[in-house]
Design a protein around this ligand. Structure first.
Ligand code: FE2
Length: 332
């Protein structure tokens, strides 16, 4: 099964003017506009669609306080589309609309769809050169500066769910997704749609209230310069930060999240880990460091036991020892 990514997300809105400002200033290209519907695209043609909230064609909300409605995944081949259709039709209602998009609902209650798409590759971006105390790679050249971001694609989507095991089973067993990492005790699970992929394309977080909601949709940009430049520009336009800028300890991505007036958040990110069939999933304990941006979703006990897993703690210790050995050797 060749998944090519998140092809579309669909929101409802009572205020299309505000939604237009939000996604235009986020750096998406508006490709169509009518009194009932707005369509925006990322660099590779992923679409954010906003329709009037009372449009009868819209799927229902998944959470009362949010306007998120549906996510559509891109498939590379018609045979993949047919295989998904045959599989999911066995135990749920699956429809295909006049545009050829398949629609159904996953086992958590999230409205999902599938469409055959053609992959659009990113031309190679200019390499980000770093200077450090020991290495000067950018010499007599100022760093790249972005006055705004233009996301290339949607990289992942994150939901609060009542049961992460239900969500994991559906995507792994029915759609062939891969496990990248998890938090123990069902607190969270990171999945990817191909064995060779960014660290995660979906992340499910156990909801404290056992309810379903969108947490965020992440838009990938070229570099840390675009995360910072885009985030600063978006912030100056008055859109409130949810959290960031920062760097995720799991997936390594640099990030900056903003609150979306239609519900949940949007994220600029770059430089996520890219993993393959050799990747060994970790079993992380929930800890403040990793989850400080998701405090609404994960219950954290303040009992002094909140720390990374023993395996990752040992890796961090070893890394620090190695670094110290290099420093000691250099100072001799
Ligand atoms: Fe994210």
């Amino acid at each position: 099964m060749d998944f090519l990514g998140i092809d579309r997300v669909v929101y409802g809105a009572s205020n299309l003017t505000q939604a237009n400002d939000f996604f235009s200033q986020w750096g998406l290209k508006r490709v169509s506009k009518s009194p009932k519907k707005l369509v925006f695209e990322t660099g590779n043609g992923n679409q954010v669609i906003v329709q009037r909230h009372d449009d009868p064609e819209l799927p229902p909300k998944i959470a009362e306080h949010q306007e998120f409605r549906e996510v559509i995944y891109g498939l590379a081949k018609q045979s993949d589309f047919d295989a998904v259709h045959d599989n999911l039709s066995k135990d749920r209602l699956v429809s295909i609309d006049k545009e050829g998009v398949m629609h159904t609902v996953d086992d958590s209650g999230i409205h999902i769809g599938f469409r055959v798409v053609r992959e659009k590759k990113r031309p190679p971006a200019k390499e980000t050169l770093w200077n450090s105390p020991s290495q000067k790679k950018r010499v007599d050249v100022i760093s790249a500066v972005y006055s705004e971001a233009h996301p290339f694609k949607m990289g992942h989507i994150v939901f609060f769910v009542p049961d992460t095991k239900v969500a994991e089973n559906f995507y792994r067993k029915r759609l062939g997704f891969w496990l990248s990492d998890r938090y123990v005790g069902g607190a969270g699970v990171f999945l990817r749609w191909a064995k060779r992929s960014e660290h995660h394309n979906m992340f499910f977080v156990k909801s404290r209230t056992n309810s379903l909601a969108l947490h965020h949709i992440a838009f990938e940009v070229d570099s840390i310069h675009e995360v910072f430049g885009g985030g600063l520009a978006f912030s100056k336009k008055g859109w409130p930060t949810e959290v960031g800028p920062g760097r995720h300890p799991i997936s390594s991505a640099y990030f900056w999240y903003f609150k979306n007036p239609l519900g949940g958040a949007v994220e600029y990110f770059c430089d996520a880990d890219f993993v393959t069939e050799k990747w060994q999933p970790h079993q992380y304990r929930v800890n403040r460091f990793a989850e400080w941006h998701l405090l609404d979703g994960i219950e954290i006990k303040d009992d002094g036991k909140s720390r990374p897993s023993l395996k990752s703690a040992k890796e961090i210790d070893q890394h620090k020892k190695n670094e110290m050995a290099v420093v000691m050797k250099a100072s001799k």
